[in-house]
Design a protein around this ligand. Sequence first.
Ligand code: PMP
Length: 455
Amino acid sequence: MFLYEHCAVNQIVVQGMTNSSQSLFDRGMKVLVEGVSSASRGPATFGGAPRYMSHGAGARLYDVDGREYIDWMMAFGALPLGHAHPKVVETIAREAARGTHFATALEVEVEVAEMLVALLPHVEKVRFANTGTEAAMAAFRLARGHTGRRKIIKFEGHYHGWWDAVLVNTNPLPPTMLGHPNDPIRIPDSSGIPEEAWKDTIVVRWNDFDALERAMALHGRDAACVVTEGVMSNMGVIPPKPGYLNRMQELCRQHGALFYLDETVTGFRLAAGGCAELYGLSPDIVTYGKALGGGLPMAMIGGRAEVMAGLEWGKVLHFGTHNAGRLALHVTKVMLETMLADDQAGFAKIKDLGLKMAEAIRGVARASNRHGIVVQGVNSMFQVFFTDRPEIGDFRDFCAHVDRAKFRDFALRLMDKGVYMNPSATLHSLSSLAHTEADIAATAAAMAEVLEEMP
Ligand code: PMP
């Protein structure tokens, strides 16, 4: 009996060990590249085994080792409602029982499109896709097809998915490699990208009025579009200078280039109408992803009917077996209904929580007597920069003045205390409907301890 019990205990221990993050990483390394399915989830970001997660509930994530985390990453922003929101769970169960995917015309497709067109004044027609990258690929092709022009003007440090033509200058670089701000050196962020793919891509310094004017004077009349993130979200969080995006829109109109606002991160996150609403913009093309699907893969391209008409009959081709997946559309509908209810109370709530979290971190930093901690945020998004500067205003500031190793140390120590933030300083944290003021207080307390411990 004793032996049996002993064995049983051992088995439990062995079972537990089999499922630890470390052992899953060891197994994963044999069959998956880096043990994961995206470089940003593996050792490149974590410096070793990432934490393998088993489930989520509300604002909490749980790993296979039984640890609990307050999740401030929220699937890179894909979860405005938090994890396993009861309405989402119920919707998926109900709809899955009626068939997961038809690849046909759907009622819910029309319903969600109607909701989006009613909500976004600059969007008259939409086309659904699955990911931000796919939507962006179609948007760039559409801009080129619509204008008959080839050039794309993009900004340093902005990411629009992993498509060849725009995967240039999206990663931090040593400042010596950036070149003159009037003429940034173009550097693709991956091997395997042929030069011809980005030969028509112009890279411009962001948040710099003079650089923008100069680039538009030089290239504006050959540009199919100028594409921008509304808030720079792939170098921490960097807001646009007052009037900067409006000037960009004006210059686009002057030169006949389409103004393409990439709302993949900011859409259904910073306001119901995204950055377009926040900064009073009326872009010609927008793309959305992440939050739109409420945790399921859903993205969209939207714009004026006249521009979107380019996609008719595949004149500008955009296909996809999984476009307008019915499960994801039903969850999108639930996300929109939930966030928009009571006069958009969901957006007000995540904004309030985000601003409070950012302020709480500033308080912790001040109390720690440590210098060089700057918190930047816009509504529900925020990031902590370890820097010698009072603020980080663009990609060049980020490259030269943000201590990314220190941030990683900070984030990994926080994980040990039950707070999950992505360890990459280029990313950011986000509040969701599931977070509470108690989560803010617990996070701030963990941060105070971490700052005390850090060298
Ligand atoms: N655009 C922006 C601004 C993004 O931040 C991202 C993803 N981080 C994308 C496009 C690509 O989206 P996805 O990862 O869904 O392909």
